[in-house]
Design a protein around this ligand. Sequence first.
Ligand SMILES: [Fe+2]
Length: 242
Amino acid sequence: MRLLPDIYLVGSGEIGLSNPYDCHVYLIDGGKDAVLIDAGAGLDTGRLIENIKEHIDFNKLSRVLITHAHADHSGGARCFQKLGKKVLLSGVETHMLENSKNDIEEAFALAKNAQAYPEDYDYRFFKPDGVLEDRRPIKVGKYELLPIQIKGHSPGLLCYYLKAKGSNILFSSDQVFINGAIGLLNAPGSDLNDYRKDMVKLAVLPVDALLPGHRLFVLKDGGRHINQAVKSLSKVFVPPVL
Ligand SMILES: [Fe+2]
């Protein structure tokens, strides 16, 4: 599904575009090169690939940029690696995958209790092919993506910011959603203090299109939704969560 020039939604459980447990998966076509934002849950990666092929030559897809290690975003990583695609995420999330398996498994069990994954779902840890650094631009053909590391939902989550012709786009993952909802979880790694401190990193960006990891996306006035979250976080009550 084309959202904007060169930007496609190729996976989403919520709208029936791919496996029900997939987050929103976005494709950026930079011309000579293309990347995916997130890999879905890994329960039906074939469906994601079919959707990608509707828009680009699959050989052009070089990398999968994972926003954070949660299974609905990274469960498909190994499948893409088997197909020769490089899978990258932040150093903090990589460290967590390698050294905090208990925390991840606890978060995973809590998510299963909320029916976020099927009972028999088995999350496979993966070894990233490389690490992305906060604010170090990523070239994707004619585009440059800026990774912005931000705490709150998961310690090393990366949002990706893209200044495209006519639209400033923020891929906000599970950090912030429309109407200012935040992705605070009752799970290790998610922290309201972190939200209060870090959300300003997004509030300073001019954002037209806000493309989150779940729920509705908006193509105009995305900054308004981010500012709603920042405003809620300035008050003593817990802000609305997804
Ligand atoms: Fe998440």
